[in-house]
Design a protein around this ligand. Structure first.
Ligand code: NAD
Length: 503
């Protein structure tokens, strides 16, 4: 996943969008900064609804609703309208979502960063530009059997209304990708977004619905709760029209979804380990690790989070990472960063089994982390790294910061054991840099992850530089894998007995 958007373009976008937001330059700087003088809701995209509602809420306009019950009722009507309009309407919706994401990527990327304050603008933009790679209507093809007793068709049919939960890490991209999959399969959807990225999600839903209504006549195919809460999550899950949940987030929401009694497709947390052995190309390994671990300041669930390197090539790898532009922290700088990045219980220091990640540093720029570590780094530095032991909190926790720990291991077996421990049985993503097929096989079997990438950055696992297709929801604990339109279907069989076989 390359970030080829040059800085001049980014600067232009910031200037243009901030100009429209009426905000000052500090608003898009992901470094800790005072709150912007003008809230994002003053943007033209956040214009108060014309319903006259005093609260500024949309009152159910264009898919944005005050309560989960209203949203689910409307989405049920949206589903029935889509059913009537057929496959052509599904195709139109897919085209609308993909085209709007591409055309408005710069504006929406800026708005999402402005609200969530985590990640990098160039990658926020890129994540919207690539929605075109999400599979759509063409993936819904029936399976057929033909034999002496006639023909049988297995059709991939919709559920109806899907309840979807989106993360703070990529709010609009997850929402857009989910819509493409879910509507391609013939369903409608109601979103409960993460509260820290809910306004941008509601804005996108409003804009999508306006276009969908204009082009197809269907209203409220995509709905959202304007101010999401844990209560609205419960109300959404309990609504009788909601027959399937699609949850993208950390351990808390996965657990909550599984307790609802509804079937849930859960795209859960990860802590992807990387193993580098002595057959790997160090340059390629270093560049891949930097590319993956720095992407959107390491917010990706698939992003490289810790590296285990064979003892005798660890120095070569770290040298290659420095040559490729990453900055190495020494022991005392690492210690300073660790103290800033985690909260330790009273009386306990680094090595405490359950330190809590400091949310203030999640998804922040390298310059912010460097400041916390007590150093300055050259402009354009994408990633910090340091040597740690395998019990370090940066290894154990899903830290989502542009910093990666490098751990020396004595053998491939030891590296696999350490990687397995760091992955916490999430069975999400693991990566190896090696040309030894035995090592690859051993790690693949031991880690048992949904994505296993060899000799590339994490994005290769989602079709970005590797073969495959894109989704921002990778269903890990529940086993559906990289979600696609078929994930959101019921398989129904239609049987013609002793007839219609044509040869
Ligand atoms: P989060 O778990 O804090 O929030 C995710 C969503 O769940 C939000 O909408 C939030 O409001 C909701 N939520 C959280 N706890 C809840 C609860 N107890 N009951 C009901 N709703 C609840 O996650 P985040 O910080 O926004 O995103 C990062 C996490 O998501 C990481 O763990 C990352 O690995 C994971 N993630 C996974 C995938 C995947 O495809 N597997 C994709 C993106 C993010």
């Amino acid at each position: 996943m390359s970030s080829q958007i040059n800085e001049a373009v980014i600067r232009d976008v910031i200037t243009e969008v901030l100009g429209r937001l009426g905000s000052n330059g500090s608003a898009v700087n992901p470094a800790p900064a005072p709150a912007p003088s003008a809230p994002a809701s003053t943007s033209s995209s956040y214009a108060p609804p014309s319903c006259g509602c005093k609260s500024g809420r949309s009152g159910g306009k264009h898919g944005v609703f005050a309560t989960a019950n209203e949203a689910c009722d409307a989405a049920q009507q949206g589903f029935l309208q889509l059913q009537k309009k057929g496959i052509e309407a599904r195709r139109k919706v897919e085209e609308i979502i993909k085209t709007m994401c591409a055309e408005r990527a710069q504006e929406w990327g800026c708005i999402e960063l402005e609200e969530s304050k985590i990640g990098r603008l160039d990658h926020k933009i890129e994540k919207l530009q690539i929605i075109g790679l999400v599979p759509g209507v063409d993936w819904i093809r029936p399976d057929a059997r033909s034999g002496d007793h006639g023909i049988t068709l297995e059709e991939y049919t919709p559920f109806g209304v899907i309840g979807a939960i989106t993360p703070s890490t990529h709010s609009i991209p997850t929402l857009a990708g989910n819509i493409v999959n879910i509507v391609a399969a013939g369903n409608s959807v109601v979103f409960n977004a993460h509260p820290s990225a809910a306004r941008c999600a509601a804005m996108a839903v409003r804009e999508f619905n306006k276009a969908i209504e204009r082009e197809t006549g269907i209203q409220n195919l995509v709905c959202i709760i304007e101010e999401p809460t844990l209560d609205s999550f419960k109300e959404l899950c309990a609504h009788e029209a909601v027959r399937l949940l699609c949850v993208t987030g950390g351990p808390g929401v996965v657990k909550a979804a599984m307790q609802t009694g509804k079937r849930a497709i859960c795209a859960g947390p990860g802590n992807p380990p990387v193993l580098v052995d002595d057959t790997a190309c160090m340059k390629r390994a270093a560049e891949s690790i930097i590319q993956g671990a720095s992407y959107d300041n390491n917010l990706l669930c698939i992003g490289e989070k810790e590296v285990f390197a064979l003892e005798h090539i660890a120095d070569d790898l770290m040298q290659a990472m420095q040559t490729a532009g990453a900055v190495r922290l020494n022991a005392s700088q690492l210690d300073q960063l660790t103290q800033a990045a985690f909260t330790f219980k009273e009386g306990q220091g680094a090595g405490c089994p359950h330190p809590v990640v400091n949310r203030d540093l999640i998804g922040k720029d390298v310059s912010v982390l460097a400041q916390a570590a007590g150093i300055q780094v050259p402009d354009g530095t994408d990633l910090l790294f340091a040597e740690t032991d395998e019990n370090h909190p940066f290894v154990d926790e899903e830290q989502m910061m542009p910093f990666i720990p490098i751990v020396r291991v004595g053998s491939v077996d030891e590296g696999i054991r350490a990687a397995l421990k760091a992955e916490h049985n999430y069975r999400h993503t693991s990566i190896i840099h090696s040309h030894n097929v035995n090592h690859m096989t051993a790690m693949a079997r031991a880690l048992d992850t949904t994505l296993f990438i060899k000799n590339g950055p994490c994005g290769a696992g989602l079709g970005l530089g590797g073969e495959g297709y894109l989704s921002f929801s990778i269903a890990t604990p529940t086993g559906e894998g990289v979600t696609n339109p078929r994930t959101f279907t019921r398989v129904r069989r239609c049987v013609m007995v002793d007839n219609l076989r044509i040869y």
